[in-house]
Design a protein around this ligand. Structure first.
Ligand SMILES: Cc1cc2nc3c(=O)[nH]c(=O)nc-3n(C[C@H](O)[C@H](O)[C@H](O)COP(=O)(O)OP(=O)(O)OC[C@H]3O[C@@H](n4cnc5c(N)ncnc54)[C@H](O)[C@@H]3O)c2cc1C
Length: 289
């Protein structure tokens, strides 16, 4: 399969890429990151952009850096480099753990974190993790820069808050605090496949009492679900099997589960409850920093 014809731009700076986006924003124009999602879509002609802006030559869009409150990840940093980065291992244990479930090594060697988030596959792991951790995304256009919480970024399957003249320029992920516990649980049909259901959890514990919680559920709706009802049920209490089961019931009651030809809604519901209980229990027992 070959893609339809397109005109290719290969800017070397973000400013030059943004100029192209500003000029062609009313046309069918796409950014190219690692190409692991976009190129297959173009080959199948699901996407037929007239113009393609390859971000691969823009060095300022790569890298991982430590800031006071967060770890700054540039969007063109490849999955494999994020997964192996010492700052990620030290400060973002949930990201590190969840990466075990993202695709296969060959895809992680080309695919990028920014492309993954911008692609917004509802079953993708990193959007779920970013919602749980309350990450911030920096979006740039030729004329403005804005910062958006991950919790407001995902609009629906493959749809985000990115405007046609914008690119995702930075991902800011809050550093883990002392006492924070983490767990990521997922079930997929085969290792490296997208999730049937996944749960990302960050729990703040002191003396057995939960003082903060960031929880998200992936793969069961059009966007990652920020599990606010479960967080509210957990915060202020002691983590025990009963309170965890109540928190699971609180969030599951708010989700309308869909079935597919091979996975029933009931199965996805029960699986999500199991993964939720497993994630919170594991985080509370062994997930500490
Ligand atoms: C066989 C296979 C299995 C996979 N399994 C998984 C999996 O289990 N979990 C998972 O999460 N992913 C999985 N993926 C997807 C993989 O993670 C992709 O790398 C990722 O989704 C897209 O990243 P990319 O860098 O390749 O982006 P591209 O394919 O280049 O781009 C994807 C989209 O993002 C847009 N975009 C890219 N960069 C930016 C930017 N900076 N600003 C704004 N828009 C931008 C592009 O225009 C395009 O619309 C799989 C892919 C394959 C082929």
């Amino acid at each position: 399969m070959k893609p339809a014809a397109f005109e290719l731009f290969q800017p070397e700076t973000v400013d030059d890429a943004l100029k192209v986006l500003a000029e062609y924003q009313d046309a069918d124009i796409k950014l190219l990151a690692g190409g692991q999602s976009l190129i297959p879509m173009m080959n199948f002609r699901v996407a037929q952009p007239e113009f393609l802006v390859d971000l691969g030559r823009i060095t300022e869009l790569r890298g991982v850096e430590e800031k006071d409150e967060f770890i700054s990840i540039r969007p063109m940093t490849r999955h494999a480099d994020v997964k192996a980065h010492p700052l990620v291992a030290r400060h973002l244990p949930l990201v590190r753990e969840a990466y075990e479930h993202v695709a296969h090594a060959t895809i992680r060697n080309r695919g990028t974190l920014g492309g993954n988030l911008a692609h917004a596959d509802p079953a993708s792991e990193m959007p779920c993790v970013m919602v749980a951790l309350d990450a911030k995304f920096v979006l740039r256009s030729k004329t403005a820069t804005r910062s958006l919480p991950a919790r407001e970024f995902f609009f629906g399957p493959f749809t985000t808050a990115i405007e046609p003249d914008e690119l995702l320029a930075e991902i800011q992920v809050p550093k883990a605090q002392a006492g924070d516990r983490f767990a990521f649980e997922e079930v997929s049909l085969r290792k490296g496949d997208f999730a049937i259901s996944s749960v990302a959890a960050c729990i703040g514990l002191e003396g057995g009492v939960c003082h903060s919680a960031g929880i998200a559920i992936g793969g069961v709706a059009g966007t990652p679900i920020h599990a606010e009802a479960a967080e509210a049920a957990l915060v202020g209490g002691v983590l025990a099997p009963e309170s965890i089961a109540q928190a699971a019931a609180a969030i599951l009651a708010t989700i309308e589960f869909d079935g597919t030809a091979t996975i029933s809604a009931e199965y996805r519901h029960d699986l999500t409850r199991t993964l939720f209980v497993r994630a919170i229990t594991r985080a509370s027992l062994v997930g500490g920093r």
